[in-house]
Design a protein around this ligand. Structure first.
Ligand code: HEM
Ligand SMILES: *[C@@H]1O[C@H](CO)[C@@H](O)[C@H](O)[C@H]1NC(C)=O
Ligand SMILES: *[C@@H]1O[C@H](CO)[C@@H](O)[C@H](O)[C@H]1NC(C)=O
Length: 511
């Protein structure tokens, strides 16, 4: 008897401890946001969240308002969905809201890369130097040369003169953007190692095609890989793909290339100098490939699709592009030289800029997440205050809070190519909610410390691609009545959205 009691007490304590760890006892304290734990201990709402993040968060917002805490797989996450208060999240100090802890964890699971102190700093330094300003000039040129290699290599071959070529618009756009982006960042096969320049270019095309083929497989596994719910077979497939990319992008392989971007080069060097093993740097090369090539292709698809579905938009952009080309003193001629589309020309296209921004508003839907390192008070724009607990997480999903808010963007589900243009043709940046100016009126790139460092380059890529399509090709939907496909809801929160199905289109040379 004496023995039994301590054992029973022990079991009871373990049980209570276990329930505590499962979050069963957590209650909303005074001053905290509404708490919604969901029905399943520990897991909370994770199933519904994963099934369709957008729908779930809309439901929560309806139920609880613009700030609420939910339980998701062992974490308590407070969502901030009032756009006027976004500054409180974006600008909070790193001592309180931290991005890297969370990112480091994910990157390790999904890419096999073990981060080191200073990683993020290196990334930001290199990006500031080489993906904007003067650095962008160099990137624009190599992107142009690679795009032309991929899009126009068979120009002049008799078969392609006046015949329509049919393709899936999603696969076509993703394929071209991925490969041109990859070649521009990771370099070309040197001319001198092949018999001729033509042979070297052919090799670039073949190699990048093979890479894209594997990348798409990984891309499709990605959402479930990130959530850690891939079944074993697919998990093995993902690991095989990782190995493939670590090899294909290895430092050793890149030593044989010409034209490696300074962006990639500098990061390799810095990591080497910090004593990182080469095999680990190879893994980082895959992280960069993923971050740089997973979003632009899908965005290019939506851009072209919206233009084809909106003739007035297509006409306006086409007119602008033709005008810029003419003003540069160039002309696309049958059998003539390829055009030299410069950074300067790309800075004279406000209508195309607006169309790109509108495309991203409708189809880029990142989820921004931070770890809460200290107890803190969230101060809302309207004066409300909420206590947020250390150890929790905070998140924003701007797509609902901003992108499709009808007060900020009237008729939010329609593509309006001139939504981001003022009547005088300049860029529009004034948007309002409840009579107040909204600073974060579109957030395809995220915000704050983790804001996409490739955003200038990405915008440039999209514009270069659209520009070349417009000046070189006629293109149209195979079926003009084709409906715009739905967004694949499994990817909400992962950046640029993908469609649930492809759309057939056809193109042919204009000259
Ligand atoms: C339309 C195209 C693109 C979109 C919509 C996009 C969007 C984003 C978003 C939302 C984030 C932040 C993720 C977070 O807060 O957790 C991000 C991060 C990042 N993006 Fe992009 N991106 C695009 C293209 C690019 C390109 C072309 C590059 C590089 C050349 C690039 C490089 C990166 C990198 C390295 C990060 C990680 C930043 C960090 O860890 O601080 N992105 N991107
Ligand atoms: C390197 O890039 C330039 C354009 O920036 C291009 O003309 C040249 O052909 C490229 N080199 C190789 C080996 O492809
Ligand atoms: C294109 O124009 C830029 C800027 O004027 C120049 O630096 C570059 O050499 C040109 N490229 C080609 C291939 O003519």
């Amino acid at each position: 008897m004496e023995l039994l009691l301590p054992i029973l007490l022990g079991i009871l304590a373990a049980l209570i401890g276990g329930l505590y760890l499962l979050g069963v006892f957590r209650q909303q304290r005074p001053g905290e946001p509404p708490l919604d734990k969901g029905l399943i201990p520990w897991l909370g709402h994770v199933l519904e969240f994963r099934r369709n993040t957008l729908k779930f968060l809309e439901r929560m917002k309806e139920k609880h308002g613009d700030v609420f805490t939910i339980q998701l797989g062992g974490f308590y996450i407070t969502f901030l969905q009032d756009p006027l208060s976004f500054g409180a999240f974006v600008k909070e100090s790193r001592e309180k809201l931290d991005f890297s802890k969370f990112a480091v964890h994910l990157v390790r699971r999904v890419f096999g890369y073990v981060a080191i102190e200073g990683d993020h700093h290196i990334l930001q330094m290199s990006s500031n130097k080489h993906l904007k300003g003067d650095g962008l000039e160099v990137m624009t040129q190599s992107m142009m040369s690679n795009l032309q290699n991929l899009m126009l290599h068979n120009i002049g071959s008799a078969a392609d003169q006046s015949t329509w070529i049919e393709d899936g618009l999603f696969m076509y756009s993703y394929n071209i953007l991925f490969r041109a982006g990859y070649l521009s960042l990771y370099g070309n096969v040197p001319h001198k190692s092949e018999e001729s320049e033509e042979k070297a270019k052919e090799k670039d095309r073949a190699e990048s095609e093979a890479l894209f083929y594997e990348f798409r497989k990984y891309d499709q596994l990605f959402p479930n890989l990130a959530y850690g719910v891939l079944p074993p077979r697919k998990r093995m497939e993902a690991e095989r793909l990782m190995e493939y990319f670590w090899n294909a992008l290895s430092v050793q392989k890149m030593r044989t290339k010409d034209n490696i971007s300074r962006w990639v080069w500098d990061m390799q060097q810095s990591k080497e100098e910090m004593g990182m093993k080469e095999s680990m740097i190879n893994k980082y090369m895959f992280v960069l490939l993923w971050a740089s090539q997973g979003n632009t292709g899908p965005s290019a698809f939506w851009l072209l699709l919206f233009l084809m579905k909106h003739p007035e938009a297509m006409a306006a952009v086409k007119e602008e592009v033709d005008k810029v080309l003419k003003e540069s003193g160039q002309e696309v001629q049958h059998g003539g030289p390829l055009i030299n589309l410069t950074r300067e020309m790309l800075m004279k296209t406000p209508i195309l800029d607006s169309a790109v921004e509108e495309t991203l508003r409708l189809t880029a839907a990142p989820l921004l997440t931070r770890a809460v390192l200290q107890d803190m008070t969230l101060k809302m724009a309207d004066g409300r205050k909420y206590f947020i607990r250390k150890g929790d997480r905070m998140a924003m999903f701007p797509y609902i809070a901003v992108h499709i808010d009808p007060e900020i963007h009237p008729d939010p589900h329609s593509f309006k190519y001139d939504r981001f243009l003022n009547p005088d043709g300049t860029k529009k940046t004034d948007f309002y909610k409840a009579g107040k100016k909204v600073k974060y009126y579109s957030m395809p790139w995220g915000a704050g410390v983790s804001m996409c460092p490739g955003r200038f380059f990405a915008t440039n890529e999209l514009k270069q691609f659209a520009f070349l399509m417009l000046v070189y090709f006629e293109f149209e939907l195979k079926n003009p009545e084709e409906k715009i496909p739905e967004i694949d809801f499994r990817r909400w929160g992962f950046g640029s959205m993908q469609p649930v199905r492809d759309v057939q289109f056809r193109y042919k040379l204009r000259y």
